[in-house]
Design a protein around this ligand. Structure first.
Ligand code: GDP
Ligand code: ZN
Length: 399
């Protein structure tokens, strides 16, 4: 049975392939393609992510394969498996996948960010103005297929001072995709710039393994992390925190020490968040809501409303963005702040530890796991103390 897989590439390379020149298609060296997928969603994501550095506009090509057997672990192993190649047009891509890349036709239209979405109404923030928007063409392929998420950058056609129509979605910078602990629902937030990973230094004490886990999630999602040690006012002796700061800064991470109670570090936190779309993550009780309140008092009310009927915090599952007075946005998805679940491919784990990533190519064996191999540069660095034993143990455990 013939079948098709999709992959992202550049227009120039795609055209070569259509003409039968598969020279760019080399799996061992993986020059062009990041991955080939059976499903379209991840293919689109990688088409965007992998090719960000490329000058050419990314396109999606579909490879027609002779048989399903030719796919080994979702990956084409032999060129003989390729029966044909086709570039998908924007319109066709949209019909099949619900996705369209930025469309030059809308170049002059105002651009905004989707702040909230419910029942087909999208609240879009364009500079200082908010518009309530619907999707273009109620019955055409765009609104049937296009997935628009909170966090998406969109172009709108303005109808009046309060209303508009979403005309097109801009390329996503990245996609943060996780399952909440309670609802198990998959939540997707595109275009996140920053993740503030909050730990508390006391009550509860720093859970370093969990910190490493959050860092891996940030790395794997392409989001810049900031490590925040909160409740510093509760400690008389800061030496343990100082050594933790030294450990993570040596790796290259930014860290910050805060107290939502005394206000220490809050200005630095603001400076980091300014202009970004960021989210706060961390376990329950570490002080995320308190930090929000310290950053901007009006936020706490919104993110932490008490449900009058059930008496507890209300647990909306929908993601929302809030505008920060000092510039930027904060994404809030309550169920996601305390996540345990992840779907990271274990064999790629070494990429998500910067101190291991920078060494991994020097390992003697190509696919070194850095656990038992001879001539492993990572294990050598562990012995000399260049890599922290705790971090290395995190790496082994997550793998
Ligand atoms: P969340 O579950 O992460 O949102 O945590 P909360 O913001 O609800 O905070 C949990 C508890 O820690 C509350 O009782 C807060 O008053 C307290 N707390 C939060 N931040 C600080 C801080 O910086 N210093 C102190 N002493 N207590 C804090
Ligand atoms: Zn190794």
């Amino acid at each position: 049975m013939a079948m098709s897989v999709y992959a992202g590439t550049t227009l120039v390379e795609a055209q070569k392939m259509v003409e039968g020149d598969y020279s760019a298609f080399d799996w061992r060296r993986r020059i062009i393609y990041c991955q080939v997928y059976l499903g379209i969603d991840p293919a689109i994501r990688d088409a965007e992510n992998a090719l960000d550095s490329d000058e050419d506009k990314p396109v999606v090509v579909v490879l027609l394969l002779k048989s399903e057997k030719m796919l080994v672990k979702n990956r084409v192993r032999r060129l003989s498996a390729i029966k044909g190649t086709r570039i998908l047009s924007d319109e066709e891509l949209l019909k099949r996948t619900g996705y369209i890349f930025d469309n030059e036709k809308w170049d002059g239209s105002p651009e905004g960010i989707v702040m909230r979405a419910s029942n087909g109404v999208y609240v879009v923030q364009c500079d200082a103005v908010q518009y309530q928007c619907s999707l273009r063409g109620k019955r055409d392929a765009f609104s049937k297929n296009q997935q628009v998420y909170v966090g998406d950058r969109v172009k709108i056609q303005v109808i009046d001072e309060k209303h508009g129509v979403i005309a097109t979605v801009m390329r996503r910078k990245n996609q943060y995709k996780r399952r909440g602990t309670q609802s198990k629902r998959v939540v997707l937030i595109p275009n996140l710039d920053g993740m503030v990973i909050v730990s508390s230094v006391k009550e509860p004490p720093i859970w370093q393994r969990m910190l490493d886990k959050f860092l891996v999630i940030a790395e794997a999602s392409g989001i810049e992390p900031l490590i925040c040690f909160n409740k510093i006012d509760m400690l008389e002796n800061r030496s343990e925190v100082d050594s933790m700061v030294a450990l993570y800064e040596k790796i290259g991470y930014r860290t910050i020490i805060t107290s939502a109670t005394t206000g220490e570090g809050i200005e630095d936190l603001k400076a980091w968040m300014k202009g970004k779309i960021s989210m706060l993550s961390g376990l329950s009780g570490v002080g995320k809501s308190s930090l929000l309140n310290a950053l901007q008092p009006s936020l706490k009310l919104k993110t932490n409303e008490v449900n009058p009927r059930r008496g507890g915090r209300h647990t909306t599952v929908a993601t929302q963005l809030y505008r920060l007075d000092f510039g930027g946005f904060i994404a809030d998805t309550p169920g996601l702040r305390e996540l345990h679940f992840w779907d990271i491919e274990p064999r790629l784990m070494d990429r998500y530890f910067p101190e291991i990533n920078s060494l991994r190519e020097r390992c003697v064996k190509g696919a070194c796991t850095h656990v038992y191999e001879e001539g492993c540069v990572v294990q050598a660095a562990l012995k000399t103390g260049d890599i922290s034993r705790f971090r290395y143990q995190s790496y082994c455990e997550f793998q």
